[in-house]
Structure formats: C-alpha cells, structure tokens
Write a protein that binds this ligand. Structure first.
Ligand code: GDP
Ligand code: MN
Length: 383
C-alpha cells in the first residue's frame, strides 16, 4: 500500500528524521489557515500517489496565506496523470542549498534491502541512473544483520560526497532503516533529501510503501489507506470480498481457484488476447456470488468480452450454469460471455446453457477453445 507524502512524513518524523513543519488541507480555506499558522513563505503540494508533481504544476510556493489559498484552489481538483488531487500538504518553504536522493527498497531477487544514495536529487532516479550512473551509489543490506555505519560510509563515498557528509548521511539512513523495519515497508524514498542553506539534511519529499501482508500488525498505518484514491474496480472488489487484480486488457476473466485463473490469463495471452483482470470467485457458484463478481468486471469500461472459466470439482457445473443465467437475467448484461465448463456435471451444465438460448452466451468445453472464442469476439467488436 502506498502512502501519501504527508503520511510518509509523519512516519519519518516518528523516527526522528527531520521534515518541514506542515499540515494537510482539503480545502483552499484550510490551506490558508495552515499557512497563517506556519507564518512566512509556504509550499503547497498536491497529495497523489504519483511522482512528478512538481513538473505537473502540483507543487507551488506561496508568500502569504492568501496566496496559499489561491494556489491551493488551483491544485485541488487538478488531475495529475489520472490521479485527482483532493488534498494538499501545506508546509514551511525550505531554503535549498543542494538536492540529494536517498532510498531503501526491498530487492526480492537479492533477498536484501537495497540502499541508494545520489548527490543528484530532485529528478527521476531512473533518469539519474541513466545519465549519471556513477553518481548513484548502491549498497545491499542483509535484513538480519541490519544497518551499520560502514554502509553509510560506502554510500557517501560511492556517491562522491565529502567526508563531512558521512555522519549526517549515516544518521539519515539509520533512521530510514528504523522506519523501513518498524513499519514493514517495501520502499522508502526521499527525493529530494535536501541540504538546507544552514547545513541541515531535511526530507523534502516522502514516498512510502508498506507491505500489505503486514498491515494487520499496524492498525494506524492501515487506517491511512486513501479509499478514494484506489482504483474503482479494486475498491468495489474489496467491498465485496472478491479477489480481484486489475490488468490492462479488454477480456474480463473469472474462474474458480487462483491457479486456474492464472492459467486462464496465460491461455488468453497465448490466444493473442489481453486479460482485463484477474478474478477468483473461489468455490462460489451461487447466483449472488456470480452477480457480485460480474458487477466488478462489467464496471470496467475497457471490458468487451467476459471469459468465465470453471473447472467443476466440489463446484458443480450445472449449478454454475444456473448461476450464470440468473446473473445475466438480473443484470441485463449484453456483452458476450464465453463459458468454459468442465468437470463435475459439465454435460448437464452445458445443456442448461444451450437450451436457454441466450445469444450472447457461448459455451466451450476446453479452456483453449474458449480463449480463442473470447479473443475473436473481442477483436470483432472493435470494428
Ligand atoms: P515531486 O515532483 O512529486 O517529486 O515533488 P517534490 O516534493 O519532490 O517537489 C518537487 C520539487 O519542488 C523539489 O525537487 C524542489 O525542487 C521543489 N520544492 C519542493 N518544496 C520546496 C521548498 O520548500 N522550497 C523550494 N525552494 N523548492 C521546493
Ligand atoms: Mn520528489
């Protein structure tokens, strides 16, 4: 789960990592009030789960509280690459002497935590890695051994920073490490980590991602979830307790069992199609469960065809067939649905569907045939 900048900064502050003073605001009036409380020059920053806000006009300086209200008015409601701005962070403006980059990220391949430091900050790290690979220092930390001072020295010298930076940088990373471990993060990124005019290191930005699997241990972080920022289909699925992952294609996929659904995605891709999602209805064959799942899939405007893949074990295909028919009738779905029924009571199931004579419903006996049918139907609909 990704946190907003202001939430990440709260966690930074809790481990003693310096961040500018500030508060989040949901309206221009609130932004004005926060600016008045802070006094002096402030920066107003869009809170969205995407970087590059500065370039998109989502980060603006303001000299007076009235000006803070004006820029907040411009920023709230803005769309930054598909992310709607609902809140801004208003914080005291910083005097930047230098912008650096610091991050800890879980490296699954290495089974370690990758620490990165660069003397070039404030721009996308992919860009830095590409244009100035020598300026990006990397050190892998053994999660069991943890952070040590020598990691900081290696990062500092690796990034070409002076010996005077070893202690302050080491201190920043020790605190980042503390936050990473304590809050079970998968990523903490500070870009830019600034050196102020008076020589202090301050986290000017915060990107914080926590491991969803550990959220049950962190009620306070779980409560930071921004429901409004979630993908609408994923949000709907979560409310219904449906296991759903959104993908990019136009063929809605559902099946019973995670393994079967994953194979279905492969078969659809193999047949030349692009799955719109992963959806596991589990053992659910009842009409209510099927309606619930289909509602999530059909609410995605990209979906043109639905591929319903059932392998009957304990789940009986005749029950599924009745469930599908009830769901179509109840929901009035008019897009094509390809159903593959195989396993327990499959003959009865296919017969039920065939005798219902629903023109949009196509039954196949094998997964590959069904995938080809779904891909052909999706392609045909483009014309
Ligand atoms: P991002 O573009 O989404 O990564 O947003 P950032 O929080 O990193 O801000 C983008 C840029 O705005 C930073 O790299 C800084 O150059 C600038 N910026 C942000 N806050 C301040 C500030 O308080 N003072 C000044 N002078 N510049 C700031
Ligand atoms: Mn940034």
């Amino acid at each position: 789960m990704d946190l907003h900048e202001y939430q990440g900064k709260e966690l930074f502050a809790s481990v003693g990592l310096p961040v500018p003073r500030g508060s989040v605001a949901g309206t221009p009036e609130e932004a004005e009030r926060v600016a008045a409380e802070l006094g002096g020059r402030v920066v107003v920053k869009a809170q969205v789960h995407i970087g590059g806000r500065g370039k998109a006009g989502g980060v603006k300086l303001a000299d007076t509280p009235a000006q803070a209200r004006e820029v907040a008015e411009q920023i709230i409601g803005m769309d930054i690459r598909g992310h709607q701005v609902r809140q801004v962070l208003v914080e005291e403006a910083s005097e930047i002497a230098r912008e650096l980059y610091a991050a800890l990220v879980l490296d699954r391949g290495e089974k370690k935590v990758l620490a990165m430091l660069s003397g070039i900050g404030g721009m996308e790290i992919e860009q830095v890695a590409h244009d100035h690979p020598e300026a990006l220092a990397r050190v892998w930390i053994d999660p069991l051994a943890g952070w040590s001072d020598y990691h900081g020295r290696r990062l500092c010298f690796g990034a070409g920073l002076g010996a005077d930076m070893v202690r302050p940088i080491g201190d920043v990373f020790a605190r980042l490490w503390d936050a990473f471990v304590r809050f079970e993060a998968t990523l903490v990124e500070v870009n830019p980590l600034i050196l102020t005019a008076d020589g202090r290191l301050v986290a000017l930005d915060a990107k914080f991602s926590v491991d969803n699997n550990s959220l049950y241990r962190h009620q306070d972080i779980a409560a930071m979830r921004d429901v409004a920022a979630a993908d609408p289909q994923e949000q709907m699925a979560a409310e219904r307790g449906v296991t759903y992952v959104k993908l990019d294609g136009d063929i809605g996929v559902l099946g019973n069992g995670a393994g079967l659904v994953m194979s279905t995605l492969d078969v659809v891709a193999d047949a030349g199609g692009a799955p719109a999602n992963f959806l596991d209805v589990g053992g659910g064959a009842k009409a209510d469960e099927i309606v619930s799942a289909l509602e999530v899939i059909t609410s995605d405007p990209k979906v043109k065809v639905i591929f319903f893949n059932i392998f009957g074990g304990i789940t009986r295909c005749d029950e599924v067939a009745r469930g599908v028919l009830t769901a179509i009738e109840r929901m009035g779905i008019d897009m094509p649905i390809v159903v593959r029924l195989d396993g327990t009571n499959d003959v009865e199931g296919r017969e039920i569907i065939e005798t219902a004579h629903v023109s949009t419903l196509h039954v196949e006996a094998t997964m590959l045939e069904a995938a080809h049918r779904a891909v052909a139907l999706a392609a045909g609909m483009e014309r």
